[in-house]
Design a protein around this ligand. Structure first.
Ligand code: COI
Length: 351
């Protein structure tokens, strides 16, 4: 397929001041459509609204998937992508789960690189900032029957962003959720399906009313094992051993999660992917055996957890401060992403 590039003649004003997360969008976007069994009309074009009919299938049945990855620009002006191909491969896995046709990963990766370079003057360079990249697919068939749509739009938009949490790298407060369920084995929790996030909002709002930043989800069957957090995977350090919930079919296989495991293992640190009972987490917090807790995610990066609430009681972790391993992982990963530290893993693509 040919990639067309239509440049805007009306560049937008860039934001000044704090960026926040996902509030501003660059001058261009990538778009292609799917009809009659194939993707077509791939183009980089000015960022613009879509016109969709009220009967468009994504509005009714939520057939859609998305990804999140980032571009970084360092002080030398180098533009760097972090494992973008892994995100596009995961997008195809998510698509398969909800009957969306796959994209050609190499073609889209090439288009993504061109899009990022076209809008590279939007990539912020301050510490903790990056260009958040959001590839998405939505079903666009104009029909109300419940079936996999016959037409789709794939698009990539770019958003210069700062920290995901308003309070930056300050430890976050999590609320352990026992009433609502995020995902069950066999469902869509293992994939980045748009409806997963709508289903998580109620618990998130209730946690926020009680002063927490995000929800810590337990397994859907017994409410016994920790699964993940609102927008992050979760890691625990018990007596120097790093543990994270195993991917047993209802947890998102995070690319930052995978990178942290690979990084720590390469340094000789034991990392266990296993079932983690919430009872062990509570015991660990009370006895002091639980030394650190941190979340991982593209948007959230590495987020220290200062405390969590469970059944009306708050439990502090590591004196409410960022722990040693958390700090090391944060500095190493962001160092590799921005080029301050060499990348021995081949994760970064320099543009
Ligand atoms: C990401 O980390 O990229 C995510 O997609 C999480 C979130 C903002 C939904």
């Amino acid at each position: 397929m040919e990639l067309k590039i239509i440049e805007t003649d009306k560049k937008k004003q860039k934001p000044s001041g704090a960026l926040g997360f996902g509030k501003y969008f660059t001058d261009h976007m990538f778009v292609m459509e799917y009809d009659d069994g194939k993707w077509h009309d791939a183009r980089i074009q000015p960022y613009a609204p879509f016109t969709l009919q009220p009967c468009c299938s994504v509005f009714h049945y939520g057939q859609g998937v998305f990804e999140g990855t980032k571009a970084y620009k360092n002080k030398k002006g180098e533009v760097r992508l972090f494992r973008p191909k892994d995100n596009l491969l995961r997008l195809n896995d998510s698509s398969d789960r909800v009957c969306i046709p796959p994209i050609d990963v190499d073609f889209v990766l090439d288009a993504l690189k061109k899009l990022v370079m076209l809008d590279s003057d939007w990539i912020p360079t301050d510490e903790g900032t990056s260009l958040y990249i959001r590839p998405s697919v939505i079903a666009t068939e104009n029909a109300l029957g419940v079936h996999a749509a016959k037409s789709y739009i794939f698009f990539i938009i770019l958003s210069p962003s700062g920290s995901y949490y308003a309070h930056g790298l300050e430890p976050v407060r999590l609320c352990v959720e026992e009433k609502y369920v995020r995902a069950a084995k066999g469902g869509t929790g293992h994939h980045k399906v748009i409806g997963n996030y709508a289903a998580s909002l109620k618990a998130g709002e209730q946690a926020a009313l009680k002063g927490y930043d995000q929800v810590m989800w337990l397994d859907g069957k017994e409410h016994k094992y920790v699964e993940e957090v609102g927008s992050m995977n979760i890691f625990f350090v018990f007596d120097g051993v790093v543990k994270t919930p195993a991917l047993l079919g209802s947890i998102l296989p995070g690319i930052t999660r995978r990178s942290v495991i690979e990084l720590l293992k390469s340094e000789g640190v034991t990392v266990e992917e296993c079932e983690i009972p919430i009872a062990d987490v509570i015991d660990g917090a009370v006895s002091g055996r639980l030394e650190e807790v941190f979340g991982t995610g593209t948007a959230a990066v590495i987020s220290p957890v200062g405390d969590f609430g469970y059944r009306g009681k708050d439990y502090a972790v590591g004196g409410g401060k960022m722990g040693k391993i958390t700090k090391h992982v944060y500095e190493t990963l962001t160092g590799i992403q921005t080029g301050k530290i060499a990348d021995p893993f081949g994760w970064v693509i320099k543009l």
